[in-house]
Write a protein that binds this ligand. Structure first.
Ligand code: 4AD
Ligand code: MG
Length: 466
């Protein structure tokens, strides 16, 4: 007999009144005095469990069924029927049940059926996927990933895997994790007493990438429309609910494109993903509505209904200055927007996603194209309610002389960027792109505030489990 999943039962309405086989784990069990056991089984495919009704006439009823506890792994054969007297729609009248894995000392099982705090679950990242909460997140994450790939595939973008190990600080911000095979107890030094990276694995200093953008540009400047999507690493000491040390970033790079082209692309992409999730993850979104965020439908439907507007950085500053709001961080032309400023704009003022563009040059990375006023750069950030910055992007500086000036202004060594300058030397083109943090997008969609719950194994300052 071929096994089916709980999702097959609920979504695809297969096998009613037929014999089915399912594999899964016990969520809850209840043994009635009249000799019947009710076992709720989950298998990761759905927010629902399927109730299995087991009669004491079954051979292993006393020896095994009565000993089942939350977390035991089982296979069940039985007939799938409509459940008229239960809140669940279906149930299985069990013919045969096999216990595949027992739970050692059930009283100590960390994820028993009772509700746990999110903080407690973060301490057991290897077991928390057994909860409905993380099950919902994991399924939505998978669908968001798929939606992003599909959106780009249908528009003929190529997926380029850019390197994870790099020698360059793409953002020029300097918070990178070092990659080294040097003996930490006996670090080689040169004649000047400095660490001798010539002796390191790559013969030079190397790091985990903070962004695949620069190498992605080399492919955009030959393949046209490309993206890279992978793990990204930042060693900044920001232990906030929206920062991870290892997160996933989608970075899109488009040849012959200007700032407005990528602004339009980013807007249609967000709407596409939102629509996709509303269409495909109905049960999981309903779970979030019931348990996490009563605002979820309002937020997602609003995103689809209204145009995402874009405003200049200067206008954003004016709005903040006129707000009479008591911010902790100063608001002033020339200063960067802090999380609280971004949140004010999207949570209180616009109550919707927005794009802020044309930032002062000194706030942004060296590669952003300098505007004609020489003071601002063709940058864009998409800010979304509940999260703040979701996307950061720009038109790239395609004029070699200005790019060199910017590298010097940012105290970066031109020699290190020679290959990047080549892209401007040989057939330079206007091009633009942006990066989107996958976990922040998930936070926006699900309404889950802490980004540590939106990646399976979160890494943060002083936090690395499993
Ligand atoms: O704004 P960022 O730093 O932009 C770049 O890295 C560009 N090279 C992207 C590009 O143009 N190709 O990062 C892009 C996005 C942010 O808007 C945010 O969503 C996410 O990456 N992000 C983080 N997400 C979680 N934890 C962190 N520490 C993050 N840092 C950035
Ligand atoms: Mg940014």
């Amino acid at each position: 007999m071929i096994s089916i999943s709980v999702n097959d039962i609920y979504k695809n309405y297969v096998a009613i009144n037929k014999k089915v086989l399912i594999f899964g784990w016990v969520r809850n069990r209840r043994h009635s005095n009249s000799g019947i056991s009710f076992i709720d089984v989950y298998d990761g495919s759905s927010v629902h469990t399927i109730q299995c009704i087991i009669n004491n006439t079954i051979v292993n009823y006393d020896s095994e069924v009565l000993k089942l506890t939350s977390g035991c792994a089982i296979s069940v054969q039985g007939v799938l029927v409509y459940a008229f007297r239960s809140i669940q729609k279906y149930e299985i009248k069990v013919i045969k049940i096999k216990i595949i894995g027992w739970v050692d000392s059930p009283q100590n099982y960390p994820v028993s059926a009772k509700k746990h705090t999110y903080q407690f679950l973060r301490e057991i990242p290897h077991l928390r996927p057994r909860t409905n909460y993380i099950g919902v997140v994991t399924r939505i994450r998978n669908h968001v990933f798929h939606a992003l790939h599909t959106f780009l595939y249908e528009k003929n973008y190529y997926w380029i895997p850019t390197p994870i190990i790099t020698s360059l600080d793409s953002e020029g911000a300097g918070s990178m994790f070092r990659v080294s095979t040097l003996d930490m107890k006996n670090i080689p030094t040169n004649v000047r007493g400095e660490i001798d990276f010539n002796k390191d694995f790559f013969g030079k200093e190397s790091f985990l990438t903070v962004s695949g953008q620069l190498t992605a540009e080399s492919y955009a400047c030959s393949m046209g429309k490309i993206y890279t999507f992978g793990p990204t690493f930042r060693a900044e000491h920001s232990n906030t609910t929206r920062h991870l040390s290892e997160f996933w970033m989608l970075e899109i790079e488009v040849a012959f494109a200007k700032l407005n082209d990528i602004i339009s692309l980013s807007k249609s992409m967000i709407k596409y993903v939102t629509q996709f999730i509303l269409n495909t993850c109905t049960d999981d979104i309903n779970f979030l509505y019931d348990n996490i965020d009563k605002n979820i439908f309002f937020r997602l439907e609003n995103c689809l209904l209204y145009e995402i507007i874009d405003i200049n950085y200067n206008d954003a500053i004016k709005i903040l200055l006129n707000s009479n709001y008591n911010f902790n961080n100063p608001v002033q032309y020339g200063l960067d927007l802090c999380a609280e400023h971004e949140k004010y704009l999207v949570d209180k003022y616009f109550c919707a996603p927005i794009i802020v563009k044309n930032y002062p040059k000194k706030l942004k990375a060296f590669y952003m194209r300098v505007n004609d006023d020489k003071k601002h750069v063709a940058a864009m950030d998409m800010l979304v309610p509940g999260v703040g910055e979701l996307i950061g992007g720009s038109q790239r500086e395609d004029r070699i002389s200005i790019l060199k000036e910017r590298l010097l202004e940012c105290n970066l060594c031109i020699k290190d960027y020679n290959w990047y300058l080549d892209l401007r030397k040989y057939g330079s083109i206007p091009h633009a792109g942006f990066g989107l943090g996958l976990e922040r997008l998930l936070s926006y969609i699900t309404g889950i505030k802490n980004i540590k719950d939106l990646i399976p194994f979160p890494r943060n300052v002083n936090h690395l489990l499993c």
